[in-house]
Ligand binder design. Structure first.
Ligand code: DGL
Length: 264
């Protein structure tokens, strides 16, 4: 038993889709969520910037005395050297790549992600390291994150952006599409409608949440015996964040704290 919280972070609201899965699998844990709403989107930022931001956020998480950190941001996973940090880190990108490998039957996998994640080829590298025969088709969808941060994930604009982006996969015969950015599950109904029944849409957080559970069990640091609580922190806009968080998690949130993350 270990009552310390689990840290979860993202550039903004995207990581809430991961938090939701974690709560389903580990409802008795406490969580600290950080969304970098002042510096979102991360997708077009440099390696140096992402490394700096991740370092600051992990320092903040350490100050909050977390027992593990879930990097609920593919762009960060694709960029930082995780070996540099002396804390248990969970990687949504790796879980996503593994999910894609185990899901595909015809060995043709599509990935949609941010520009930085696509350019890093991290999905392709991780997938091929497990099964080199799998063909990986990637597409950056830079319009999605700004729309989702504004709460427009279910709008005609989002539909149009998804239609344009997913055009890339026409004729490729993929049977699996990985949502390689944690914001994208918010557009999952639109993405599924466009891709049709022949394509399985994979949310990496499903596998990731079970990985976290296995780790906590193995290390005997589960928290149990009470309903877990969540504390929310952002670096900038808290209003839109609160609205989206209430929608994603399906419950009222009392307070979202603003933190000066550059201080860490
Ligand atoms: N949600 C993040 C990801 O999984 C970052 C999106 C962004 O800020 O561009 O990649």
């Amino acid at each position: 038993m270990d009552s310390r919280p689990i840290g979860v972070f993202d550039s903004g609201v995207g990581g809430l889709t991961v938090l939701k899965r974690l709560i389903q699998v580990l409802p008795e844990e406490d969580y600290i969520y950080f969304g970098d709403t002042k510096r979102v989107p991360y997708g077009d930022r440099s390696k140096e910037e992402i490394e700096l931001f991740a370092g600051q956020i992990i320092n903040f998480m350490k100050e909050k005395n977390v027992k593990a950190v879930v990097i609920a941001c593919n762009t960060t996973c694709a960029t930082i050297d995780k070996g540099k940090y002396d804390i248990e880190l969970f990687d949504v990108l790796k879980a996503g790549a593994e999910s894609g490998v185990y899901c595909t039957k015809n060995k043709k996998v599509g990935v949609i992600a941010t520009k930085r994640t696509v350019e890093s080829r991290s999905y392709e590298i991780n997938i091929k390291s497990i099964n080199p025969q799998i063909e990986v088709y990637q597409k950056a969808c830079p319009e999605f994150v700004p729309l989702i941060e504004k709460g427009l994930y279910n709008s005609p604009l989002a539909y149009k952006a998804a239609k344009d982006c997913l055009e890339e996969f026409k004729g490729k015969e993929i049977d699996t599409l990985i949502l390689g950015c944690t914001h994208y599950p918010l557009m999952e109904p639109i993405i599924k409608a466009i891709m049709g029944d022949g394509v399985k849409v994979v949310d990496p957080a499903v596998r990731l949440s079970h990985e976290v559970k296995e780790y906590l069990e193995r290390s005997r640091i589960l928290n149990f015996g009470k309903k877990g609580k969540i504390e929310f922190f952002v670096s900038g806009d808290a209003e839109n964040f609160k609205k989206t968080a209430e929608m994603v998690l399906g419950k009222k949130i009392d307070e979202v704290f603003i933190v000066d993350i550059e201080r860490y």
